[in-house]
Design a protein around this ligand. Structure first.
Ligand code: ZN
Length: 363
């Protein structure tokens, strides 16, 4: 006689990752004992110290709850299918013990909980740039357990980056930033899959790179990339958490489809040479941490559907005056890209207009 038992993911670590096992079993209790003999540790997951099935675990025989049959004495026949299904509402059982410890301070927050943490682990965020903003944002999102982080950056680590780009270390100087990011994040949280894109975003690749992600976190420091990323997000209906810095000041906002975009605020980039870049103007390194942390907060809020998003508001931070200020922003019906009658319907590589080389540095 053979009975098939379905083993759900949380228990597969006891069954060498096998999802279905065959047992003899005479009744359900005998089946659990037989499983214990073959897979030590599994019984403790199903039966409590009193020998009874835990209340968060249900056992089904041919899709019927054993309580509705004869309980643990439910007889088993050749060809029967048994499933042992733990509750997953709390989420805790879908985590490894290490994950429960790692994310415990999230899991005990009712607003996040096991469900929220699971959501984060299943989420995909793309970071534009592994520089001043991308570095702290990537570290916090990785620490929080955002399961997939894409990172786009063509550049290599320079000693002058270490003043603010905290993903990178002395031994990374001269190495690709995305490579350094992969290693730093692996050291911080091996749960996180990092997908590196060592390339400059262009009209050729941006849609393909963005397509797979839930949210785009923009930490670039040049106008061609900023406009390209904005337009791609509008065309692909992707939310974008936008951050920028200049000397001692930062700006953060969130654009979601249908509620405006960067071009609603600033329809076109400034003429070449009018606005200096980071390398020309300098940047107060620690400012990056504040702006990128706010971007990280907004990203996680969007992923979990928590709180009041920055959508419709542009937040300014002045580090010298230590002042936060916000202004209301809204979709402009005459916006050239997300308005009622858009005039821009294709991606534009602005370097041709701005005089900034296509490999413009990401902050
Ligand atoms: Zn717009």
């Amino acid at each position: 006689m053979a009975v098939t038992v379905y083993i759900p993911t949380p228990y597969r670590k006891y069954t060498d990752n096998t999802a279905r096992v065959e047992v003899q079993g005479g009744d359900v209790l005998a089946l659990v004992r037989e499983l214990e003999g073959r897979y030590p540790g599994l019984r403790e997951q199903i039966l409590g110290p009193d020998g009874k099935v835990y209340r968060h675990v249900n056992i089904y025989v041919n899709d019927q709850l054993v309580e509705d049959l004869q309980g643990m004495q439910t007889p088993l026949r050749d060809g029967d299918e048994v499933a042992v299904i733990p509750a997953m509402t709390g989420g805790s059982l879908t985590f490894t013990e290490e994950q429960i410890r790692r994310y415990s301070r999230h899991i005990i927050l009712p607003e996040v909980g096991g469900m929220g943490q699971r959501k984060l682990l299943n989420s995909k965020v793309l970071l534009i740039g592994a520089g001043g903003l991308g570095s702290p944002a990537a570290l916090y999102l990785a620490a929080a357990g955002v399961g997939t982080l894409g990172i786009v950056d063509f550049d290599e680590v320079d000693l002058s980056n270490l003043q603010r780009q905290i993903l990178h270390h002395v031994h990374d100087v001269g190495r690709p930033k995305v490579q350094s990011a992969v290693e730093t994040i692996a050291d911080l949280n091996p749960d996180v899959k990092v997908i590196p894109y060592q390339t400059a975003l262009s009209s050729e690749n941006v849609k393909q790179i963005f397509a797979d992600y839930d949210i785009i976190l923009n930490g670039c420091d040049n106008f061609p990339t900023r406009y390209l990323a904005n337009d791609a997000c509008v065309f692909l209906n992707k939310p974008m958490v936008d951050g920028s810095i200049f000397k001692f000041e930062g700006q953060v906002t969130v654009f979601v489809p249908g509620h405006g975009c960067y071009r609603c605020l600033y329809p076109a980039p400034p003429p070449p040479g009018l606005v200096p870049s980071c390398s020309e103007a300098g940047v107060f390194g620690v400012l990056c941490g504040v702006v990128a942390s706010i971007q990280g907060i907004e990203t996680i809020k969007l992923l979990l559907g928590l709180g009041e998003s920055l959508v419709g508001r542009l937040l300014f931070f002045d580090a010298l005056g230590m002042e936060f200020r916000q202004v209301k922003i809204r979709r402009d019906p005459t916006c050239p890209v997300c308005g009622d009658h858009p005039t821009i319907t294709d991606l534009i590589d602005y370097h041709e207009f701005c005089g900034v080389p296509p490999t413009a540095r990401l902050s």
